[in-house]
Design a protein around this ligand. Structure first.
Ligand code: NAD
Ligand code: ZN
Ligand code: ZN
Length: 345
């Protein structure tokens, strides 16, 4: 497709995005061009823009990895999709397809993967390129805006909860009730788990309560750990840490029950002290979790498309993206900030 598009570009590390006009990219073999209708704004986009992680994205780049839209053009050899199909674009842009991780459903661990809005240009644009084998199909008549946050926040929460191995009727503690956490509460609820929610913001805790959390505690309250241990009758069977603060990771170890699992999902730069004696004597499992594979994504998406979970969203136009990013940085977004590409400035 000829012509130009608007995109929000990270030109320099630690600086606001710049709205640029760029040529509409052409899909290569196995790829599709997607016209973006909506894109969620993940805290990972801030980490990417700030260069927070050991492997930095090459500048300039277009962030964004929670994109929904329709296929606008097919690259050579694409037979499983048609122009006009509704699709979602996630963090996993592509992977090698044949390593030990890829062939066992762990493509999220592939050492040759590329990531949308990090290693390749992402979804903060009117069009982007996706790999046909890694997009998720969406229902034809779907709400593009409401489903966008499922592409990362949804699938990551859903997978992270499953990685805690908490069973129906048991307690999960969810630390950090932002974009990921507010969906995690809903997935946990739909899976029959009991939820304790932890955040540093009372507004986020109110939201958690309204979404079905039975226990809510402010992480800064001196009684936070005691309240969780007492409320859950000895600690949560699993803890999901989505908070953007290393202190929250250390605190999570104090919330988990004997034999429980603490699943680490948040990615603030830094580390945290691990009390060896506690972890050993209580047989605690510490486990990282990174997004989810394509099957996890279709399961998480199906639950959203069927109304079992619903992202709370704040709408922004592409021109307002830096205001949305500032709100996210300050911890003020309720649910997920989502770019509506059909809105004008
Ligand atoms: P967000 O900014 O929407 O939410 C973060 C929440 O953490 C906020 O509600 C904030 O108030 C809360 N918080 C801050 N300090 C806290 C503390 N000490 N205790 C409890 N809560 C605290 O961010 P998000 O988009 O939900 O992303 C969260 C983190 O998860 C980011 O670091 C992001 O990069 C990471 N992430 C990881 C994966 C993965 O696959 N592992 C996927 C997506 C995002
Ligand atoms: Zn691979
Ligand atoms: Zn993300």
């Amino acid at each position: 497709m000829k012509g130009s598009m608007r995109a929000a570009v990270a030109q320099r590390s630690g600086e606001p995005l710049v709205i640029e006009r760029r040529p509409i990219p052409a899909p290569g073999p196995g790829e599709v061009l997607v016209k973006i209708h909506a894109s969620g704004i993940c805290h990972t986009d801030l980490h990417a823009m700030d260069g927070d992680w050991p492997i930095k994205p090459a500048l300039p780049f277009i962030p964004g990895h929670e994109g929904t839209g329709v296929v606008a053009e097919l690259g050579f050899g694409v037979s499983q999709l048609q122009v006009g199909d509704a699709v979602g674009i996630a963090w996993l842009h592509d992977a090698c397809g044949h390593c030990e991780y890829c062939i066992t459903g762990w493509e999220t661990l592939c050492e040759r993967q590329h990531n949308s809005g990090y290693g390749v240009d992402g979804t903060f644009a009117e069009y982007t390129i996706a790999n046909a084998a890694y997009v998720v199909r969406l229902p034809h008549d779907c709400d593009f805006f409401a489903l966008a946050p499922i592409l990362c926040a949804g699938v990551t929460s859903y997978k992270g909860i499953r990685e805690t191995e908490v069973r129906a009727g048991e307690w999960i503690a969810i630390s950090g009730i932002g974009g990921l956490g507010h969906l995690a509460i809903q997935y946990a609820h739909a899976m029959g788990l009991r939820v304790a929610a932890i955040d540093v913001s009372d507004a986020k805790l109110e939201l958690a309560r309204s979404l079905g959390a039975e226990i809510v505690v402010n992480a800064n309250d001196g009684r936070a750990l005691e309240d969780i241990r007492l409320g859950t009758g000895g600690g949560a069977h699993g803890v999901l840490v989505t908070a953007v603060s290393p202190a929250a990771f250390a605190q999570a170890l104090g919330m988990v029950r004997r034999k429980g699992t603490v699943c680490l999902v948040g990615l603030p730069p830094g580390d945290f002290p691990t009390p060896i004696f506690e972890v050993v004597l209580k047989r605690i499992t510490l486990r990282g979790s990174i997004v989810g594979n394509r099957q996890d994504l279709s399961e998480a998406m199906a639950m959203a498309a069927n109304g079992k979970v619903r992202a709370m969203t704040e709408p922004y136009s592409l021109d307002q993206i830096n205001a949305a990013l500032d709100r996210l940085r300050r911890g003020e977004v309720e649910g997920r900030a989502v770019l509506d590409m059909t809105l004008l400035a």
